[in-house]
Design a protein around this ligand. Structure first.
Ligand code: FES
Length: 176
């Protein structure tokens, strides 16, 4: 028996019976990647144990999968208010997914532009994103708003000071 054999599911009136039917009802554009619908037959051969333990394979997954694909970081309702955020870590990437004062959800690298300090360690709510090391601070839309003791730094301050942003998609808070 194939592991991808179709199964008759009970249907209820008004309730989509598939993910694609659910997308059809969405009032917002659905990313093309979510419309891709295929069921390749991977057979029944077991996957070698070292596939899960191999450092090299892990690096390949980061390079070819996790850094290139849309991922669901959280649901919109997990970010109810301005400043609500989640820290989303995958592989060697760490992102902050945060709701702005304008209601938009954005994703930023969880790394200070000055020395790379991790900006947020855990989920929560903030008025602004402030680096715990020297206090560089960004508004919720990634605009730099505070650069304390600018003159005391011997090395140059980067000219591009807005927080680097990742792509994010509406619906569930997804990012790539
Ligand atoms: S490392 Fe963030 S302000 Fe210096």
């Amino acid at each position: 028996m194939s592991t991808h054999e179709s199964v008759d599911r009970p249907t209820r009136p008004g309730v989509p019976s598939s993910l694609q039917e659910l997308y059809d009802l969405d009032t917002r554009p659905v990313p093309d990647a979510l419309r891709a619908d295929s069921h390749p037959d991977f057979g029944l051969t077991g996957i070698a144990r070292d596939r899960y333990l191999s450092r090299e394979f892990h690096q390949l997954e980061i390079e070819h999968v996790w850094s290139r694909t849309w991922q669901m970081a959280c649901r919109e309702e997990h970010l109810p208010d301005a400043g609500s955020h989640v820290v989303y870590d995958v592989g060697d990437l760490s992102l902050i997914v945060i709701r702005g004062h304008d209601g938009e959800i954005r994703a930023f690298h969880n790394s200070c532009l000055h020395r790379g300090t991790q900006l947020r360690m855990e989920d929560g709510q903030v008025d602004r994103l402030r680096c715990p090391f020297h206090g560089f601070t960004w508004e919720l839309d990634g605009t730099m708003c505070e650069l304390p003791v600018r003159g005391t730094f011997r090395t140059s301050i980067p000219t591009r000071t807005n927080s680097p942003r990742r792509r994010s998609a509406p619906g569930a808070a997804s990012c790539s």
